[in-house]
Structures are given as C-alpha cells and as structure tokens.
Design a protein around this ligand. Structure first.
Ligand code: F6P
Length: 459
C-alpha cells in the first residue's frame, strides 16, 4: 500500500487528533502516504473531494497535534446509503482518482454501519472513537441479541434488546473503552463536583444530565464526582424508589445531586425526555430533556410544602434545578488515557490495512492479568442477523438499582480506565495555559484557518 485515506465521522471527541496522529506516525514508519478527507464521508460525496496530505515526505504536518481536542479534518454525520448503488459507485470512482489503496474511518457504531458499502470497493478499517463508549461487544463471539418487532403507531418496526444468555466476564468484552470516553467522564465529574457545593449552599436538588445516548457509561463514570444518585438508561426509572431516596438524602444533608444519562427510560421502557431523528444509519436519535422530565416528576411528587416546611425554598420549582454538561464533555484537550490509547488504535488501524484486513476494527482489550492491549476484530461479527450494527449497552450488572450507584462490578470496570487516567502534563497544561495573559490579548486562532490552506481538490 502506497497511499491511504483517513476520515473522522459522527460526533467528535477530544481524542480524534490523537488517533490521526497515531495513524500518521505508523504510516511514516511504513512509508505510506496519508490523505485526510475533509468532514468525514461528506468529502467523498463532494465531486471535488476536499483532502489534505497529512504526511508530505513522511513527516506529519505541524497542525496535527495529538493533545488538541476536536479533529483537524472536520467531522460530519454524513453517511453512505448502501442501497444507493450509484452514490457508492461515485465514491468508489473518487477514491480511485485519489489513488487510495485503503481507508481508515475513525468513528463509532454509525460509522461502522456507514463504511459497510465502502468495504466492498476498497480495504476499509475502523479506528474506534465515541464519548458514549457504546462501540463494542459485551461478549466475545456473542453479540447482544435483538428482536425486530412491528409497531402500529407509527407503522413500522423497532428493535428490542433481548436479555443475554451468556455469562458476563470483564475479560471477554470486545473493545473495553473507546477514546473520548475518559475525557468526557473527566469533564462530567468536574461538573458534578462544582454543582454540588452550590446545591449544598442553597439547599437545592440538582439534576445533572450527561450524554451517552442509550448507554449509561458516562453516567456511571460520573460517579467519581460522588453524586448521591446515578440513573442509567439500562435500568428503567423506578420513580417511587427515587422519591424515597431523594427525601432521605434531602432530610439528612439538605441537598441532593442526581446524575442522569440523557437516554433514561420510564417504567414503560419509553425515553423520558424528548427525541429527534438523525440521518445516522444506526437510527440514532438526538435526545434532549431527560433531566427536565425528571425534574417535572420530582416537582410534582415533592410539592411546594415540602420545601416551605423547612424554609428551604418557596417552591419545588425553585429548589430543584437541572444542568446539562452538554458539549463541554465532547471538547477540549484529551486526558492522558484517551491520548495514549487513541494513538495506539490509530497505529493499529494502519497496520491492519497493511496486513490485508478489511471491514475490521481496531479494539482496545483489557485482561485482569495483563492490562490493556490493542487488537483487531471483524466488523461482520458486530452485525445482527439483519445486518445492522447496534450501539453497545452498558452491561446492566455494572449498576446497582437499589443503591442507584455503580455496582461492585461497575467499579471494577471503571478502575483500570480511570486510575492514572490524568497525566502530569494535563495538570501542568492547565496551570500554564488557563490564565495565560496572552489569552486576553490574542484573538483565538482556529486550526481551520491553517488546515484550509492545505486543502486540495480533485477538480
Ligand atoms: O454520540 C455522541 C453524542 O455526543 C451523544 O452523546 C449525544 O446524544 C449526541 O452525540 C449529540 O449530538 P449532536 O452533537 O449532534 O447534538
């Protein structure tokens, strides 16, 4: 292989540049040219195919900085529709004209679905990323089972996850953690800790919503911030139990902090907040409003008198507030764990192409006796019997629904990732840059300005 392409698809994470940098380092060693495709698959959907040569003379361009969040290539949620043969053909022709012998797609489950048609026209591998930590399998050789059931309203069908019949073992997880997850949890933990002291001062109940779609990993990891209660989408909300716990805690300590994953569901299994469709081929939804929905339920159940009785607030509305960590958990400098393993996985993806692999993904494996290592896994093994790749759910045994906290196994899962996840340089970087006087004098210099000068076009 002389030349490969690389792209970043789906929602960004803080570790994308680290993955690209790892891939470029490996390609330099193996004397392979790397073309970065601008804004994910949308580059190949554009007749001009905007791209950047990332390693002229087998040396990385200076804009490629593994410690910088986001992606210097830009990202989009544009995907390839496998049924649109003409569009796939057009993309194949553009790939040929670029002279690419292989493609690394950095993405999550949506990207793994989206790259399937391309894997039929050139060797394509996936380097994983997602803050949601939902790309992987809970059981080696045994993907979660899904049932396809029809829905009367609106007419159509939907997937339902079936209970697993396999014994869960941490050592058998495929892709233990994805680059981006650790930094996202780091940001969420900081948010929870900061909300706490203000809730304490004003005798309030705070509901902090974190991202993660239908998977509760980020909410689980946020437990490092010591919220009183954690709610995850994998366990339907038990509102009676929640109310009891909130009353107990509020009476004891005059404040409560609840973390909820954005995809939490009610006892009927339906999403608690609002949702919007996206064009992502995994059928992913944009979820908004879980914390607000929860707040509505608690306001109704606790009522104003409960807060007036102790002169803690005039109304339940005033006492219970919500905050979203939001997109801050997707941006900024990646912490050491993410940077290091993202780079390893980027390098592994290049090796996989050079070894002749196709439709496969680089994975981060963990074994209790050996720690972390990178490996590869077949993309086909991720598909259900109808061909679709699903997001991984957090294994339900990671959570204790009684305590509304991570279970012993959940804690065992988290520790290898987060012990030493922050590097000395992360702390020093914050110390040196946050109040750098130059920040007040210089305008922000966007990476896009520099990369723009390097973009080339086919036509
Ligand atoms: O998949 C990553 C993610 O950040 C989810 O956690 C979240 O639901 C979604 O993307 C938000 O997407 P957008 O940035 O398009 O609003």
């Amino acid at each position: 292989m002389k030349r490969i392409g690389i792209l970043t698809a789906g929602g960004d994470t803080p570790a994308l540049n680290a993955t690209i940098a790892g891939a470029v380092v490996r390609a330099n060693q193996r004397k392979v040219e790397v073309y970065g495709l601008i804004k994910g698959f949308s580059s190949l959907q554009n007749p001009q195919v905007p791209h950047v040569h990332l390693n002229p003379l087998f040396s990385a361009i200076p804009e490629l900085d593994a410690t910088r969040g986001g992606t210097l290539l830009g990202a989009s949620r544009n995907y390839v529709d496998a049924r649109d043969q003409a569009a796939v053909e057009q993309m194949a022709a553009r790939i040929r004209r670029l002279g690419l012998d292989g493609l690394v797609c950095i993405g999550g489950d949506g990207t793994l679905n989206g790259l399937q048609p391309l894997a039929e026209v050139l060797p394509t591998v996936l380097a994983p990323k997602t803050i949601d930590n939902d790309l992987g399998l809970n059981y080696e050789n045994e993907p979660d089972e899904w049932a396809l059931e029809s829905t009367p309203e609106p007419p159509g069908y939907r997937y339902r996850r079936m209970p697993s019949r396999t014994k869960f073992d941490l050592d058998h997880m495929v892709n233990y953690a994805t680059p981006g997850f650790a930094t996202s949890v780091y940001v969420s933990v900081g948010g929870v800790q900061r909300i706490r002291t203000t809730a304490e001062s004003h005798r309030r109940i705070a509901i902090v919503e974190v991202m993660g779609r239908h998977s509760g990993y980020i909410a689980l990891g946020s437990a490092f911030g010591q919220p009183d209660l954690v709610l995850v989408p994998e366990h339907p909300l038990d509102i009676d139990r929640l109310e009891t716990r909130v009353r107990e805690l509020y009476e004891l300590q005059k404040n409560v902090v609840i973390v909820c994953g954005e995809g939490i569901v009610g006892s009927d299994g339906e999403i608690l907040g609002a949702r919007k469709a996206t064009q992502d081929p995994s059928g992913n939804l944009i979820l908004t409003g879980a914390a607000e929905a929860l707040r509505g339920l608690l306001v109704e159940r606790l009522g104003d008198d409960y807060f007036r009785r102790y002169r803690r607030a005039d109304t339940a509305q005033a006492a219970i507030f919500t905050r979203k960590i939001g997109h801050t958990q997707r941006g900024g400098r990646p912490i050491l764990f993410d940077r290091f393993y993202a780079a390893m996985l980027g390098g592994k993806a290049v090796d996989m192409l050079l070894e002749g692999q196709n439709n496969a993904l680089a994975t981060l494996q963990y074994r209790r006796d050996r720690g972390f290592s990178v490996d590869s896994y077949s993309g086909n093994a991720f598909r259900d019997r109808w061909g679709l790749i699903h997001a991984r759910y957090m294994h339900p045994s990671f959570y204790d629904p009684e305590l509304m906290q991570p279970s012993r196994l959940g804690i065992e899962y988290l520790l290898p990732i987060f012990t030493n996840a922050i590097g000395h340089d992360d702390v020093e970087h914050m110390r040196q840059t946050t109040f750098d006087s130059g920040n007040l004098l210089r305008p922000y210099h966007s990476i896009n300005t520099d990369v723009n000068k390097r973009i080339r076009y086919l036509e």
